[in-house]
Design a protein around this ligand. Structure first.
Ligand SMILES: N[C@@H](CCC(=O)N[C@@H](CS)C(=O)NCC(=O)O)C(=O)O
Length: 216
């Protein structure tokens, strides 16, 4: 199977996680951020993640990919834990701030989807339309870091185990880990101990990398 992704994309990280957690082999292909033709040829629109199944057909929507792999590959389903409404609510709260912290950093981190200047230009144009100029977002770093730190502090008590946020693996891990992973691109952000352990453990189990070493 082949999985088409962007390295920074949290929905792609969801799909990548299930392959790593179940030790199911998959070929990762990173598309350039301004490559419209490849995804349009495959699925009729520019959107990742895209899974190309063994029979050549395509599956999109991260949670559909997760469900397909969990139920059809690598033994019994593993995402059997109960979800927590508190975690779902805290994920929504991060989303008010995280894009403004992350997008201006993504283009400086050496991701394969931004290997060309035209890919960077396309991303900057489309995102700054929605969130304002990247330089203004960078200038808001202190305020945004303080808002996100507050949410991290509120999240910490809900992380029951470093190997599964609710104590046994569930869709909450698939939705939470990618959001926290993307925040590791922000150098100024300090993660509470339990969240840092969760990030490190889940990264190892799912084989999805963190960005601490190249944080800006
Ligand atoms: N609901 C979709 C959302 C996927 C999504 O929004 N992907 C973004 C990348 S993070 C995308 O491909 N956007 C189109 C673009 O970059 O032009 C899923 O869960 O797979």
């Amino acid at each position: 199977m082949k999985l088409y992704i962007y390295e920074h994309c949290p929905f792609c990280a969801r799909a990548r996680m299930i392959f790593g957690l179940k030790k199911v082999p998959v070929e990762l292909h990173v598309l350039l951020s301004d490559d419209f033709k490849t995804p349009e040829r495959m699925i009729g629109e520019k959107m990742v993640p895209i899974l190309q199944k063994d029979d050549g057909s395509y599956l999109l929507e991260s949670l559909d990919i997760v469900d397909y792999i969990d139920h059809n590959y690598g033994g019994k389903p593993i995402l059997t834990g109960v979800r927590s409404p508190e975690i779902a609510e805290l994920i929504k709260q991060f989303q008010q701030y995280d894009y403004r912290l992350e997008c201006p950093r993504y283009i400086k981190m050496g991701f394969a989807e931004f290997a060309t200047q035209s890919a960077i230009n396309d991303f900057v144009a489309s995102k700054s339309n929605k969130m304002g100029a990247f330089a203004d977002c960078m200038a808001q770093t202190d305020t945004l870091v303080s808002a996100v730190s507050n949410i991290l502090d509120r999240l910490e008590p809900f992380i029951i185990s470093p190997d599964a946020c609710n104590g046994s693996l569930s869709l909450d891990d698939i939705c939470l880990f990618p959001v926290l992973r993307n925040l590791t691109c922000v150098k100024e952000l300090n993660f509470p101990d339990k969240i840092r352990s969760y990030l490190q453990s889940m990264s190892k189990l799912s084989q999805v990398d963190l960005f601490f070493e190249r944080a800006i």
